[in-house]
Design a protein around this ligand. Structure first.
Ligand SMILES: C[S@@+](CC[C@H](N)C(=O)[O-])C[C@H]1O[C@@H](n2cnc3c(N)ncnc32)[C@H](O)[C@@H]1O
Length: 189
């Protein structure tokens, strides 16, 4: 069981090496519809600055970049940074996308830098969920929105998600669902 968990972490949780590269290719296909739905829930406006935490192969970044003025992202996996950079090469070149190695609990951005923030199938693998969400709160402007999206295979439970957001200092948390995905949304007070 521990071996399987380790392999899944290398492929998807914190992708590393050949298994991580393969995991990134799989996630880019399998999670695309969820990413499109979650990005849509944020109602991104043309002047918005948007953050994705745990961008993986960078599909969510590319979808957000179509709608936003600026998109930034952090992910601790060098393999995922390489895939996301390749997928968003033009937008990086033109200055619309900024991708960095990093973790949710120590975001390399200034206070109130973003209008919207999201994470897809990522929060369940952060070592300290509360610390990560408080960091997202710090970098969002007042009135900014957060969306935490998940597919069923993420392993994330729906129950308690809105409480987790409230405990991290977010307001008006709510859960939205489709047949296939769910997403917790809230506002930075
Ligand atoms: C299951 S993948 C999801 C990737 C992508 N969001 C998607 O939907 O395809 C989880 C991602 O979270 C990243 N991650 C792991 N620990 C993290 C942390 N502490 N902070 C931010 N991202 C993290 C991983 O490197 C990986 O890219």
């Amino acid at each position: 069981m521990a071996l399987l968990r380790g392999l899944l972490m290398r492929a998807f949780g914190r992708p590393q090496g050949a298994l991580g590269r393969l995991g990134g290719m799989i996630m880019a296909r399998v999670n695309r519809d969820c990413a499109a739905w979650v990005v849509g829930r944020l109602a991104i406006e043309p002047n918005d600055a948007v953050l994705e935490v745990g961008f993986g192969p960078g599909v969510g970044i590319s979808l957000a970049a179509v709608a936003a003025a600026k998109v930034a992202g952090v992910d601790p996996s060098p393999e995922m940074l390489a895939q996301a950079k390749a997928r968003n090469a033009d937008a990086i070149q033109s200055g619309g996308v900024d991708l960095r190695l990093g973790t949710a609990d120590k975001l390399p951005f200034a206070d109130h830098a973003f209008d919207k923030a999201f994470a897809i199938n990522s929060m369940q693998v952060w070592p300290d969920t509360g610390a990560g969400l408080r960091e997202v709160r710090r970098v969002l402007r007042r009135g900014g929105r957060i969306a935490l999206g998940f597919t069923p295979h993420s392993g994330q439970k729906k129950d308690g998600l809105t409480d987790t957001l409230q405990a991290a200092g977010f307001a008006f948390p709510k859960l939205e669902e489709t047949d296939a995905f769910f997403c917790a949304l809230a506002t930075r007070p």
